[in-house]
Design a protein around this ligand. Structure first.
Ligand code: NAI
Length: 327
């Protein structure tokens, strides 16, 4: 049988970590043929809770779970890792300015990038979930010069699934009928969920809904869903975020279905006028473990304005991180 694949989860004792680890260990991320050697990275205060989660993982007797490592040392956690899920991040506190937030996260993602560079396996894939995810991916990848930039991506799959769910509900169709949804830009309230290329029944979704619903309901519902969940649940999205992370890696490794695409924030190659190097969400396909940006889509003025606004926020984040000496 196959050798175990090392999977590292940072922020393993957090709420997304709790929803994520059991699904990884059960084989839902890498598939039923791949044993997993789990590594859980936490800060010292999180280690005890991580040990509790590890006890529960043991109590599941998952046949695919080869071993569990718990550590507060990034070098150990990333040594030999093939899949790194960077979930732990510094949340925005009350009154915290963007500069403070970026600087606090630079303090996490710079050393993690360096540790990945030093010890990750040659085939490593890195998914950044912790916010601000796009810019944290930029920081981590810039401190891992020996790992191709394209091995890093940031998660907008949750936004993608939120958009799928809203369209399915609006048109009264199963989610499996909704294709070619795109999230463009930043994983933030400026993101642009695009229905002009989305299809249901072989026809553009934009032609099947009113422009007023698209602009006044759909876009704000998707972009502000995170806040709505905090308001209702008293805690931020966790199981849905973990699900999106599972599916992001699963797609990255196993590919997208023929004739469809998904959304992920990948380093721009300049496609669609997005400045090269920033991590921006695009329509992407995956094959052979590599993302490709879907090319040649027509972008009308409405979409252009929305994409540009979100990309502007990303370039500002990049410039702020540069000013902090983090790039
Ligand atoms: P949480 O606060 O429950 O857990 C975060 C965990 O990370 C904590 O246990 C903390 O001790 C740990 N941590 C902090 N710094 C660390 C470090 N340097 N190394 C290792 N572990 C560290 O947060 P939750 O709900 O699990 O969310 C995690 C992140 O995911 C947040 O930044 C959140 O904003 C983000 N998120 C991103 C989404 C996306 O779509 N991209 C969706 C939902 C959440």
């Amino acid at each position: 049988s196959q050798a175990p694949v090392k999977v590292t989860v940072t922020g393993a004792a957090g709420q997304i970590g709790y929803a994520l680890l059991f699904r990884i260990a059960s084989g839902q991320m890498l598939g039923p043929d791949t044993p997993v050697a789990l590594s859980m990275l936490e800060i010292p205060q999180g280690l005890k809770a991580a040990e509790g989660t590890a006890m529960e993982l043991q109590d599941c007797a998952f046949p695919l779970l080869d071993s569990i490592q718990i550590t507060d040392d990034a070098t150990q956690a990333f040594d030999g890792t093939s899949v790194a899920l960077l979930v732990g991040a510094r949340p925005r506190g009350p009154g915290m300015e963007r500069g403070d937030l970026l600087s606090a996260n630079g303090g996490i993602f710079k050393p993690q990038g360096q540790a990945l560079n030093a010890g990750a396996a040659d085939d490593v894939r890195v998914l950044v979930v912790g916010n601000p995810a796009n810019t944290n991916a930029l920081i981590a990848s810039s401190f891992a010069p020996d790992i191709p930039t394209t091995r890093f991506s940031a998660m907008t799959r949750l936004d993608h699934f939120r958009a799928v769910g809203q369209v399915a509900e609006k048109l009264g169709v199963p989610v499996s009928d909704v294709h070619k949804i795109t999230i463009w830009g930043n994983h933030s309230a400026t993101q642009y969920p695009d229905l002009f290329h989305a299809e249901v029944g072989g026809r553009s979704v934009a032609d099947q809904v009113e422009q007023e619903w698209l602009e006044g309901t759909f876009i704000p519902t998707v972009a502000k869903r995170g806040a709505a969940i905090i308001d209702a649940r008293g805690a931020s999205s966790a199981a849905s975020a973990a699900n999106a992370a599972i599916m992001h890696v699963n797609t990255w490794v196993h590919g997208t279905p023929e004739g469809d695409w998904t959304s992920a924030a990948v380093p721009s190659d300049g496609s669609y006028g997005v400045p090269e190097g920033i991590f921006s969400s695009f329509p992407v396909t995956a094959s052979g473990g590599e993302w490709s940006i879907v090319q040649g889509l027509e972008i009308d003025d409405f979409s252009r304005g929305r994409i540009d606004a979100s990309v502007k926020e990303l370039t500002e984040e990049r410039d702020a991180v540069k000013a902090l000496g983090l790039l």
